[in-house]
Design a protein around this ligand. Structure first.
Ligand code: FE2
Length: 432
């Protein structure tokens, strides 16, 4: 238990260090402003991370008094203060926020020292769940912050490290056939998972075929050039409405320069590349593209089976097996500030040769976000239950901006089909 305690303490410290490193280059006014109604001011994310931390550790496990002023406390509760209104909040100063982050962290460390993790009365303490919850929550907000930074005008945010350059290592084209039969979908009880990933259950699927790699920018350019955005037959009714209201004619970040496109993101400014995955497309664009290729988006079950199942070995933790993540297996962990060439992650392929399932870009799946049979909300209704059956689509696999602990093959991310701030791309599937 003490080893677990020490590991959790180290982990919380490292997570916080990364959060602070990501926001360090931001000017005060960029920290405070709401770049778009669908994202929060970065300062809100920071304060909310501290608030979540003190609520689940200091208050819940230690019976501590709130560290935040009651008015600020309400501002930081996502259920009380929805995203679109966060730009108008009178948030504390940068200095006050940094001090709050420090106090929440110290209080969490205190709770970690005094909470029984093995036989505690509170199920949230068992095995240190609350502390890993706090760590993963903050890591997910790091990705949200990166989405916000990517929405800022070029030059406003200068990444602390050099961004990636396109390369000539091309990912495989073609697809793999996943034979029919049963597999285990969802997370077991052996490791941290959210309520919506549970319970693990057996599902049987017909054979299907899934692309060996996500769609590249160059492949997507073919769709744009072939009139994909004006061919109404490729779009669903809702997709056509979205096209009309948004005026979209290319992924977010693609700029027309004369007759060419330039892909912009952070410091990058270069033509669509055959080695890089297309990113920042909506579900509508993803499904229209798939239809144009005479394919479709995979279902969540198909995606998870392709990413984690072998008929002989059973469920593996990662697409490549059970070996832990490293930088050659999946494009994760944020510091490249964009997806890297997929072809350089060949060691992360599944035994059937499917590449890039974890990391690189989130992958839109076909269906809506609904609970698995036997779902039980834990540790609170607001995490998943409030979001089921509202027409949200599910994204799988994580992106370059996801931290390794969050990138697991059972993880379900969700958002509305029109959203493009997510680092989401496309992988196609078809009936075998
Ligand atoms: Fe949150």
């Amino acid at each position: 238990v003490d080893a677990n305690r020490n590991a959790l303490a180290r982990r919380l410290k490292q997570v916080r260090r990364r959060t602070l490193a990501l926001v360090a280059p931001l000017a005060d006014d960029d920290l405070r402003r709401q770049v778009d109604p669908i994202v929060s001011p970065v300062l809100w994310d920071l304060l909310h991370v501290a608030n979540f931390e003190e609520r689940w550790t200091h208050r819940r496990l230690n019976g501590g008094e709130p560290l935040a002023d009651p008015i600020v406390d309400q501002m930081l509760d996502p259920e009380v203060t929805p995203r679109r209104g966060r730009g108008a909040l009178d948030l504390p100063s940068r200095e006050a926020a940094m001090s709050y982050l420090e106090r929440a962290h110290a209080a969490a460390m205190d709770a970690l020292t005094f909470t029984p993790l093995r036989r505690g009365a509170d199920p949230v303490a068992l095995g240190g769940y609350a502390f890993e919850l706090v760590a993963q929550h903050e890591e997910q907000h790091q990705e949200t912050i990166l989405q916000t930074l990517a929405l800022m005008e070029p030059g406003r945010y200068v990444p602390p490290r050099a961004t990636v350059r396109p390369s000539s290592i091309l990912p495989p084209r073609g697809s793999a056939v996943i034979p029919e039969g049963p597999f285990v979908m969802g997370a077991g009880d052996d490791a941290f998972a959210y309520d919506n990933e549970r319970p693990a259950h057996v599902l049987s699927l017909p054979a299907f075929s899934i692309d060996a790699a996500p769609v590249s920018e160059a492949e997507y350019l073919e769709f744009v050039a072939a009139g994909g955005y004006v061919n109404e037959a490729l779009w669903t009714d809702e997709g056509r409405d979205w096209l009309r209201s948004s005026g979209a004619s290319a992924p977010l970040g693609w700029e027309r320069r004369g007759r060419q496109f330039v892909v912009t993101a952070f410091e990058r400014e270069s033509p669509p590349d055959p080695g890089l995955p297309v990113v920042r497309v909506s579900w509508f664009e993803a499904s229209a593209y798939a239809r144009w290729r005479r394919k479709r988006l995979p279902t969540e079950a198909e995606w998870e089976k392709a990413a984690s199942w072998d008929p002989i070995v059973g469920k593996s933790r990662f697409p490549w097996g059970d070996a832990p993540w490293d930088h050659e297996r999946a494009d994760l962990d944020q510091l490249a500030f964009g997806p890297r060439p997929l072809g350089s992650f060949a060691r992360g392929a599944t035994p059937r040769g499917v590449l890039g399932l974890l990391g690189s870009v989130w992958e839109w799946t076909a269906g809506d976000f609904v609970p698995y049979e036997g779902f039980q909300a834990f540790p609170y209704d607001g995490y998943s239950k409030a979001h089921f059956e509202r027409g949200m689509k599910v994204l799988r696999g994580g992106s370059w901006a996801t931290r390794p602990a969050v990138a697991r093959t059972t993880f379900r991310n969700w958002d509305f089909p029109e959203r493009r701030q997510i680092f989401a791309g496309i992988r196609c599937a078809s009936d075998a």
